[in-house]
Design a protein around this ligand. Structure first.
Ligand code: AMP
Ligand code: MN
Ligand code: MN
Ligand code: MN
Length: 287
């Protein structure tokens, strides 16, 4: 299944513009992510680790070796109103010092959140989760809920990571702690100043009413956001259509990415995605 893109080029490219490595909460090292993507037929790959650029150099080198094109990316955690939204930056300069500094700030706040999460589990009688979670974080600078979830599976608290996220770590469940991430307009500005294009990650995953979603998309656009993910591992086929409509209505560029975290944790493997609806303008239209 090398090509499901039908954008007209004879040797069509196969894009996957959202995935994770061990530098954030993926389970494969950047080199392994690139090799797996290439083996799955991806010809243009973006690595988009959460709030961290440390995997980009290794991934770029692996992409050169595999003969595929690499797009440096990032997935920035944002707080909009009360909810967390993820903004993907594509084509950013990994050496941009302002972006690096801002992301370092987010990582520091992740460390403090981890302490609060662990304290919550302590009070539930589930001890040792801070060290346990860090045991799953190959990059100690980037700790996230997925690392806690993996440790909680090891401890037998739930069957798998998905089950942990149904029972714990989310709003309204034990182990959840609120967190203030970046401001929406700031995150978009950091991406643009670093030469990148800002894209809303998996817009179907947020608990927003229709009116709130539209308000959010309008604000994102006004802040300089250019695209939304239409085809992602986090959307159902119905949502591909729903967000294709919104991309047309708001005149957003459309993106496509698996959001792959690991072979056993992700609904869709690297590159195993249907094509974008042919009338949408892809985020890669001028690459
Ligand atoms: P964080 O940025 O540390 O708050 O964690 C967000 C990450 O947790 C996401 O990028 C996913 O990797 C993971 N995650 C969130 N919700 C779920 C879920 N329902 N099932 C599996 N993983 C999830
Ligand atoms: Mn993640
Ligand atoms: Mn995300
Ligand atoms: Mn992601």
């Amino acid at each position: 299944m090398v090509d499901s893109d039908t954008m007209g080029a004879p040797a069509a490219c196969h894009f996957d513009l959202h995935c994770h490595s061990t530098v954030s909460d993926g389970v494969l090292a950047p080199t392994e992510v690139v090799r797996r993507a290439s083996a799955n037929g991806v010809t243009v790959l973006a690595l988009t680790d959460h709030d961290e650029l440390a995997g980009l150099a290794e991934a770029a080198a692996a992409a050169r070796e595999s003969g595929i094109r690499f797009v440096p990316g990032v997935e920035i955690s944002v707080t909009w109103g009360e909810i967390t939204i993820h903004i993907v930056g594509l084509g950013i300069d990994p050496a941009d010092s302002a972006l690096q500094e801002r992301l370092a700030g987010l990582r520091t706040s992740r460390g403090r959140r981890a302490e609060r999460i662990a304290a919550e589990f302590d009070s539930l009688g589930i001890g040792g989760t801070l060290a346990g979670a860090y045991g799953y974080a190959e990059n100690p600078q980037l700790i996230g809920r997925a690392h806690f979830a993996r440790f909680l599976v090891e401890r037998g608290v739930a069957r798998d990571v998905a089950a942990v996220f149904r029972q714990y770590l989310v709003r309204g469940k034990p182990g959840y702690v609120p967190q203030q991430w970046a401001d929406l307009a700031d995150a978009v500005a950091w991406i643009r100043a670093a030469g990148g294009r800002a894209v809303v990650a998996h817009p179907g995953r947020y608990k927003l009413s229709r009116a709130e979603l539209r308000q959010f998309l309008a604000e994102f656009r006004a802040a300089g956001g250019e695209g939304i993910e239409v085809v992602t591992g986090s959307h159902s086929p119905d949502q591909y259509l729903e967000f294709a409509r919104l991309a047309r209505e708001f005149d957003f560029l459309a993106s496509r990415g698996s959001d792959f975290h690991g072979p056993d944790e992700s609904p869709i493997d690297l590159g195993r995605l249907p094509a974008l609806p042919a009338d949408l303008k892809p985020v890669w239209h001028d690459w």
